[in-house]
Structures are given as C-alpha cells and as structure tokens.
Design a protein around this ligand. Structure first.
Ligand code: RFL
Length: 405
C-alpha cells in the first residue's frame, strides 16, 4: 500500500518484503501469498533476464516433493526428465554408478532453473502476487527494532522506502541483505577450494546418458544434461584467465582430451551459447537471521556447484521460512522464526560437507610431479575413487548424499 508520495521518495509497506526473485524468493512469495500474507518481491533484474538466466538443472527428490506439495511441479513433471546415473572417467578407466538404485533410491529431475523460475513466476503472478522488476534493494534498515525498512531504486531512478514487519533476503551472495547486516551481528565462514571452473552451455544434445565426471592430468571436465538440445559442460580453468581466452575449437578439443573421447566415444559438439568463469568458493552466514531480517538461498550460504545443491537448499529454506513467517504473522507464534536458522544450518553444513568431499574427489592438484604434497593428495583422490568403485557401502553413502539435501 502506498502511504505517501513525495517527489523524492515513495513510501510503501508490506508485511514481508522479499528481496530477489530466484527460486528462494519466488517459492517464499508464493507460499506467503497463499497463506494470506501481504508481501512484495523486489527484483533488481528485468523479467526477461530472470526467466532466461541458465544455472541449475538437477533437482533433488526433496525439492520435487516440496514443489508437489504446493502444486508447483506441473512443468517439471511435464518437461523434466528423471536422472539417476553418473559416470567417472579416470586414468584407470571408467565406472558408472546408478545412484538412483542405490542408497534410498532417489533420482534427480533434470529441469533447467530458468524454466522452474518461469513456472514459479507465472504461478505467483497468477495468484495476484506483487513483484517489482528492475527495482534494486539498496539497503535494509532498522533491523535492531521491530519495524525494518528497505530502500530501493525504482526503474525510473526514484527511490522507495518499504516498511515491513519482516524482510527476507533471497537476493544472493552479493545482495543488499547480506550487505546490510551490521558488523559483528553474524559470523561469516568462507572457504575457497582453490579451484576455478569454466562453465559452458552448448547447443548440443547430451553426449552420454549420465552425469560425466572426468579426472585428468590437465584438470577436471564435467558433462551434465539440461534439455534435449542443450548440454552443460565444465572445464577446470586457470584462475584469472578470462572466459573468452580460448576459441570454441580449442575448448571442444580439450573437452575431448579430458573426457577421453578417443577411448569412450565422441562428444556431440555444438555452438557454445554461454561461458562463465567461477571460483569454487563457498560460505555460510551464521545465524541466518538478524532481528526481523532473515536470509535464505545463496544469501544464506553459497555452495560450489560440484554437487548441485544450491537451488535445492534455496527451495527447502524458503518453505521453512514461509511456514515460520505465516505462523508469526497470523497467530503471533514466533517459535518457527526462532528455530529457522538452526534448522537450515543443519542442512547447509551437511550439503557443504558433501560438496567439499566431491570437490576433493574431482580435482587432482596441479603440478603433482613437482610437489610431494600434491602427489600425496592425488594418491588420496585415486584411493577415494577406488573405494567408490568397489565398496557398496560407500556407493550407498554417495547416493544418499548426492540426491539429498
Ligand atoms: P538467485 O537465483 O541468485 O536469485 C537471487 C535474485 O536476487 C536478485 N538480486 C536482487 N534483487 C533486488 N535487489 C538487490 N540488491 C538484488 N541483488 C540480487 C538477482 O537478480 C536474482 O534474481 O538466488 P536463490 O534464489 O538463492 O537461488 C540459488 C540458486 O540460484 C543457486 O544456488 C543455484 O543456481 C546453484 N547451482 C545449482 N544448484 C542446484 O541445486 N543444482 C544444480 O544443478 C546447480 N547448478 C548452480 C549450478 C550454480 C551455477 N552458477 C551460478 C555458478 C550451475 C551453475 C553454473
């Protein structure tokens, strides 16, 4: 509701102001709106940008259950594909794990994040949900009191001050929510795995019917299906090298080498639609709350994409937070808000642990011949893989963690 309107600052209010329209913010917005809570989503990017930003693709069974529970999984069931196999390629040959038949028998659904975001957005708008695109939150204020506010920059350059009962920071690692946490109010645990990846989207069908993880002296290479026409590839990349440093031909040749295409079959090549360089770094904010400001998704914790956990955690946290906010606003029961951080951190640390384990499994330290320590770590990695290849108990553990959040 607009409270007053001056030429300089527009004043508005909502019970919950949600920052960011990624998976976390949209699921949260839908569940709050459905519970009759007055909320608004402020999103920095345009609608087109939000609906076309390619990122995740592997959704865990828990995520699908949550989306099913709230009637949000129609598109996913119609167009997504089930997936339950991964293949490791190393100097010792290759082996496959049918993780969908191991552990608790969980499979992924492969459904590109931008399609999920489009479905969520359409659902939210269909409910009459309020969202402001191209509106950047600049800061969250008054978080030491009970009436926080958010300053935001509108598409026309004017600023708005939103007052709220609660603010949900779902605006990622570099968003306004994190920036607005007063110094010393939370702990920030950051860790850099020391590895950089070049992420690629290729206009080409998948080259194998499995997630491919290739470990090579040149570095890691990965293959993940997205849609029948588009496949994601990864190349371990020298830190500091720009994404466009290599021509397409060289990238495909290097993927061939690392994925050992000569031995195991050719890769289906296609135009590279997108390239992005990112460091395998991770962090956790603890607790995920400062007064009436709550963090969810990448704003709460960033995970390296080695184990495909980020979007899954974002959806899980959004559901937990929505329930807690609805209890607080409709019944005055704040117990859920008080335990929100601890409940989510349990899942986050478990996901961080497995992601760290995957990262150490997939990356041979460079220059291993020159450095005794590097040789030692490479030998540990090889032994870890041998255990995964041969031990059913290890495989069950892997499967449970690989699809779980
Ligand atoms: P998002 O999706 O980043 O959305 C945040 C939104 O906030 C907006 N925003 C702001 N809005 C207003 N004011 C501000 N000041 C703002 N600052 C930012 C942004 O425009 C954006 O729209 O965060 P969310 O919702 O927390 O979701 C997290 C996931 O997007 C992320 O964890 C995953 O993409 C990670 N990830 C994967 N996760 C999986 O579960 N499975 C996967 O297969 C998987 N593959 C991946 C991935 C991440 C990747 N990247 C980004 C390196 C593959 C890749 C390549």
């Amino acid at each position: 509701m607009t409270e007053s309107n001056t030429s300089r600052t527009l004043r508005e209010s909502a019970d919950v102001v949600v920052l960011g329209a990624g998976p976390a913010g949209l699921v949260l917005g839908i569940l709050l709106h459905t519970a009759g809570i007055d909320c608004v989503i402020l999103e920095r990017a345009s609608r087109t940008h939000v609906q076309t930003r390619a990122r995740a693709g592997f959704l865990a069974p828990t995520t699908v259950r949550i989306l099913d529970r709230h009637g949000l999984a129609d598109g996913l069931h119609r167009h997504g594909r089930r997936h339950g196999t991964c293949e490791f390629r190393t100097e010792d040959g290759r082996f496959r794990l049918d993780y969908g038949a191991l552990g608790h028998g969980g499979q992924h659904h492969v459904y590109p994040q931008q399609h999920l975001v489009t479905d969520l957005l359409n659902h939210y708008l269909g409910l009459g949900g309020r969202i402001r695109f191209r509106t950047e939150a600049l800061g969250v204020h008054d978080t030491d009191g009970t009436r926080p506010s958010v300053t935001a920059c509108e598409p026309d350059g004017r600023s708005t001050r939103w007052t709220a009962r609660y603010v949900a920071g779902c605006d990622g690692r570099y968003g306004a929510a994190r920036r607005s946490l007063p110094p010393g109010s939370v702990r920030h645990h950051a860790y850099d795995h020391g590895v950089t990846w070049l992420g690629l989207l290729a206009e080409a069908p998948a080259s194998l019917d499995a997630v491919g993880y290739a470990i090579h002296d040149h570095g890691f290479a990965g293959h993940m299906a997205r849609t029948p026409e588009v496949t994601r590839y990864y190349l371990q990349w020298e830190r500091g090298t720009p994404a466009d440093a290599w021509p397409e031909q060289r990238i495909w040749d290097e993927l061939d080498v690392r994925m050992r295409a000569a031995e195991h079959g050719p890769l289906r090549r296609g135009r590279l639609l997108e390239r992005g360089v990112f460091d395998l770094a991770c962090d956790v904010v603890e607790p995920l709350r400062h007064g009436p400001l709550f963090l969810a998704g990448d704003a709460a914790s960033l995970l390296a994409p080695a184990a495909a956990k980020g979007a899954n955690l974002a959806v899980l946290e959004a559901e937990i937070l929505a329930e807690a906010l609805a209890d607080a606003l409709t019944r005055g029961d704040t117990a859920g808000l008080d335990t929100y951080s601890d409940r989510c951190l349990e899942h986050i640390w478990r996901a961080q642990e497995f992601t760290g384990w995957m990262t150490r499994l997939l990356h041979a330290p460079p220059d291993r011949d020159q450095d005794a320590g590097s040789f030692f770590h490479a030998a540990l990695r090889r032994s870890r893989l041998a255990s995964l290849r041969t031990s059913r108990i290890h495989q069950d553990w892997f499967a449970e963690n690989y699809v779980g959040v």
